[in-house]
Design a protein. Structure first.
Length: 427
């Protein structure tokens, strides 16, 4: 029965492939930032209702949507298939005719150009496709599937709640509770390749906010105030040296991505705020790195007669794949991707708050290659000659191949079927 159902899932995935591409291109052209995914959520909910699912829950953690599909064969297992739906404040330079021209004028800190430079448009479209496929075979399903469309994976504005943790806090997956959470992220790996890692697939993360305070004064009389800008520069320089104090064999990054001042070209402002992120491959290193950043900022600011307050916000745990879950899933992955197209990847300091779901319920998170790439003998991707090149997620040139989307639909559907039928369980 499983073999024939796998073929049936593939057939139905192929039948919905063109619609998945259409959804993806529409979403790509109409991206929405974290906690602002109104139209995206409306599109998702409308399609799920059209599938006559048992339940479609909306308005979760802002604009989250959960579809509930109860199989006709009963069964106690529940698989949660997750896709993130938000976009990024990044210009769209990927060169397609459905590129985004959206600018969000009202988002905190904006205006921002908006694009799906991380590939969440692909994730959303592929899960909509999987929902279509699995709804068509509902009478054969021995369990329940939750289609989890999560907002604010990139992090909501700092004064707002959001993301996976907020979905859990609001009880989005309490009834029924999953026995497995599953998802995947598109990456600049060869098209159709599934990448996996036992242990931390993605690192732990926290947002840094360092507020440096001096004394505002006219730019022509700096001696009559206290300029926080030199202190900010010294802190930035010092952060670049912190890596030398941390074990080089356990990767850590500390990146400041945004400098915000309060002033004008001829005014020395009162404050400068540094916004950034810490990433740790080993989650236990995070508290030590935070302590070092806090000490550096405070003492450096003091040397310039300023003060500095450091806050650590929106902490996200590492995405951790257990060996027992991976051992159970590898046959499924190989069936979907094909022999030789399931590869172990190196560690990454990217983050994903799908970890909140995987940590609570068990399960897996992997990657799906979507770019013109070949694998080198070391296992790393390199650009295919004559192809579009390799562009990392969050790069304005990031792109995804539409023909690979059907592989993602199949991956969701096969994982769901195999878990519900008991062939994908940790031992």
């Amino acid at each position: 029965m499983n073999a024939s159902m796998h073929d049936e899932l593939d057939r139905r995935a192929a039948a919905v492939a063109d619609q998945v591409v259409t959804w993806r291109r529409h979403l790509h052209a109409h991206p929405e930032l974290s906690n602002r995914e109104r139209e995206t959520a409306a599109l998702i909910a409308e399609h799920l209702r059209g599938l006559y699912l048992d339940e479609v829950r909306t308005g979760i953690a802002g604009h989250g949507v959960v579809g509930v599909l109860r199989g006709g064969q009963g069964g106690e297992r529940v698989v949660a298939l997750r896709a993130d739906i938000d976009a990024l404040p990044v210009p769209d330079e990927c060169g397609v005719d459905f590129a985004s021209h959206v600018v969000d004028e009202d988002y905190p800190g904006g205006p921002f150009p908006v694009s799906h430079a991380c590939g969440h448009d692909c994730h959303t479209a592929m899960l909509l496709g999987a929902a279509t496929v699995l709804a068509e075979v509902r009478e054969s399903l021995p369990g329940t599937v939750l289609f989890v469309f999560q907002p604010a994976e990139e992090g909501p504005p700092v004064d707002e709640a959001g993301g996976a943790r907020e979905m859990l806090a609001q009880g989005a997956l309490d009834d029924p509770e999953p026995s497995m959470a599953f998802g995947f992220h598109v990456t600049p790996y060869p098209k159709g390749y599934i990448g996996y890692r036992v242990g931390n697939q993605f690192g732990a993360s926290t947002l840094i906010k360092i507020t440096i305070t001096g004394e505002q004064v006219h730019g022509s009389t700096p001696w009559m105030g206290i300029d926080p800008m030199p202190a900010a520069g010294a802190i930035l320089t010092g952060i670049g040296q912190l890596y030398r104090q941390i074990n080089a064999f356990d990767p850590v990054t500390i990146s400041i991505g945004h400098v915000q001042d309060v002033g004008r070209f001829n005014i020395i402002g009162r404050t400068v705020t540094l916004w950034g992120t810490i990433r740790c491959a080993v989650e236990d290193d995070m508290s030590d790195v935070q302590r070092r950043v806090d000490t550096l900022a405070g003492h450096t600011a003091q040397a310039y007669n300023c003060t500095a307050v450091t806050e650590f916000l929106q902490d996200v745990p590492a995405v951790h794949n257990e060996q027992s879950w991976m051992d159970a899933a590898l046959p499924t992955f190989e069936r979907v991707a094909g022999a030789g197209h399931v590869v172990e990847t190196s560690a990454t300091l990217g983050y994903d708050d799908v970890s909140e779901f995987v940590n609570k319920y068990g399960g897996l998170y992997v990657t799906l290659g979507v770019q013109d790439a070949d694998l080198t003998p070391t296992g790393l991707p390199s650009p295919t000659p004559g192809g579009r090149g390799l562009f990392m997620n969050h790069n304005p040139h990031f792109y995804a191949d539409d023909d690979t989307l059907v592989t993602g639909v199949r991956l969701h559907a096969h994982v769901a079927w195999d878990h519900l039928t008991g062939t994908l369980l940790p031992h």
